[in-house]
Write a protein that binds this ligand. Structure first.
Ligand SMILES: [Zn+2]
Length: 72
């Protein structure tokens, strides 16, 4: 063993070296790392801005909202 450890990139599943000289570890590249962070960011954004519709069943819904739902 020479201490080199290889892991699968979480984004593209490519085998990549997990070591101090790989700044993108555990990802294989800046692109894969950016894609993963982007997914996290968009997930946070969605959760923060859109409350679940059925979280509060007693909350009154405006007629305008219902009209919009019927259109879809
Ligand atoms: Zn990758």
């Amino acid at each position: 063993m020479n201490g080199v450890r290889e892991v699968h990139c979480p984004t593209c599943r490519q085998l990549t070296v997990y070591a101090a000289d790989n700044p993108w570890r555990p990802f294989c590249s800046a692109r894969c790392r950016g894609m993963d962070l982007g997914a996290w960011a968009s997930e946070d954004y969605r959760v923060a801005t859109t409350p679940p519709a059925d979280a509060d069943p007693d909350a009154p819904r405006s007629p305008i909202d219902r009209e919009g739902d019927r259109d879809r």
